[in-house]
Design a protein around this ligand. Structure first.
Ligand code: HEM
Length: 373
């Protein structure tokens, strides 16, 4: 039984709010999940995973919002500026036969690399982070020690680069490091730089990891369970519902309280589980089926109540619409799904911090066996 099957089982036996292990409470009830994420009644410490680094929270809140917005705009402008080259890039990276989900991560990393990291030594290190920490199953591909060493090296290199840029020469914002450097314009403060280096890695994971996995899920589901109807926008939304890449979000209670009748203490962790929220059959008929046609007339009735792939409330993803656009744009320039053959090499998803599709091979130049789109 993998983690998702275990969660399905716990929910079936204990209802939508249950203890995963001592001190860890899972929330699958849609209204309660949203109330936790929106921090209704200020019962939780205010943070999102994104700015919550191993070295403390990067803040204040206004700086978080500014960094998120400016980074999103930088990425979006870059993406829109290369739309005429996208088909050629996708053809080169995907080719007639490709291994996924890695292809989706590497493709998106390459599309954005220019605005993520400058050419040179730092780029070599960030390339390694993508290979050894972002790709699905990366943890199994390298030892704990070598991953820790790589993380240390990249963190030091990022701190040095951010510090150099902070001394500033008034140049325009050219890449993500400029965006982050501009967030702390005054005086050297090493701990802040270390947090910023971690925030940099959050962005790298969001672009190459989360968005790459969403692309991977869309291709996998379209290739293995061809829909009866619906357009690409329905495909991506349904992939987000059925297989939410961000499948759980942890929160720390700021005060003891009751959650749907269950006692919560300040030493507990409360985990909102989008994977389970999206399987609530009061809102999603046939919740385990991939049915992009649900979305044909926009958000399905009741669906908005139980759809949180990008979080909810003030900390919801600043790039939600953009990430969906990126994936739709790539799907649009791939050969038509009727010519795909998807061969899965394992049946179950990769379950880690992100939910990634099973390993599979995509062949884009043959007739598909089974149902066609
Ligand atoms: C499919 C791709 C993506 C998914 C599934 C995703 C998901 C999420 C989720 C669930 C949160 C809320 C986390 C929480 O409440 O703890 C979040 C926050 C955030 N995401 Fe994304 N994200 C994606 C892509 C991106 C991209 C490409 C960017 C780049 C700009 C980005 C930037 C952010 C930022 C800055 C926040 C923090 C928002 C805040 O606290 O103000 N995300 N994302």
């Amino acid at each position: 039984m993998d983690e998702l099957e275990r969660l399905d089982d716990l929910r079936a036996r204990h209802g939508p709010i249950f203890q995963r292990r001592p001190g860890v409470l899972y929330v699958a009830e849609p209204a309660e999940a949203k109330a936790v994420l929106a921090n209704t009644g200020s019962r939780y410490r205010e943070h999102s995973d994104f700015f919550h680094t191993g070295k403390g929270i990067f803040g204040p809140r206004a700086a978080q919002q500014e960094v998120g917005r400016v980074a999103r705009n930088l990425l979006r402008d870059h993406w829109n500026g290369q739309s005429d080259r996208l088909a050629a890039t996708v053809a080169r990276e995907v080719g007639p036969e490709s291994r996924w989900p890695d292809t989706g991560n590497v493709l998106l990393y390459k599309c954005f690399r220019e605005v993520l990291v400058p050419e040179g030594g730092l780029r070599g290190l960030v390339d390694q982070v993508v290979r050894h920490a972002v790709l699905a199953g990366a943890r199994d591909r390298r030892s704990v020690l070598s991953r820790a060493l790589l993380r240390g090296r990249v963190r030091r290199a990022l701190v040095a680069e951010l510090s150099r840029r902070r001394t500033g020469d008034g140049r325009a914002t050219a890449d993500l490091l400029d965006v982050l450097a501009a967030a702390v314009p005054d005086g050297p403060a090493h701990p802040v730089l270390v947090r910023l280096a971690e925030v940099y890695l959050s962005f790298l994971f969001a672009v190459a990891g989360s968005t790459g996995f969403l692309l991977g899920w869309s291709v996998y589901l379209l290739g293995t369970a061809p829909p009866a109807g619906g357009d690409l926008s329905g495909v991506v939304r349904e992939a987000l519902r059925l297989r939410p890449v961000a499948w759980n979000f942890g929160r720390s209670p700021a005060e003891p309280h009751r959650l749907a009748g269950t006692e919560v203490t300040t030493s507990d962790e409360v985990v909102v589980c989008s994977y389970l929220v999206h399987r609530d059959d009061r809102f999603w008929p046939e919740p385990d089926r991939f049915l992009p046609e649900r979305w044909s007339a926009g958000v399905p009735e009741g669906g908005a109540e139980a759809f949180i792939p990008f979080g909810w409330g003030t900390h919801a993803c600043v790039a939600a619409g953009f990430a969906v656009q990126v994936v739709e744009d790539v799907l649009r320039v791939l050969p038509p799904a009727g010519r795909w053959r998807v061969e899965a090499h394992r049946q179950r998803p990769h379950v880690a911090a992100a939910l990634a599709p099973p390993d599979f091979t995509l062949r884009t130049n043959g007739a598909r066996t089974g149902r066609r789109r």
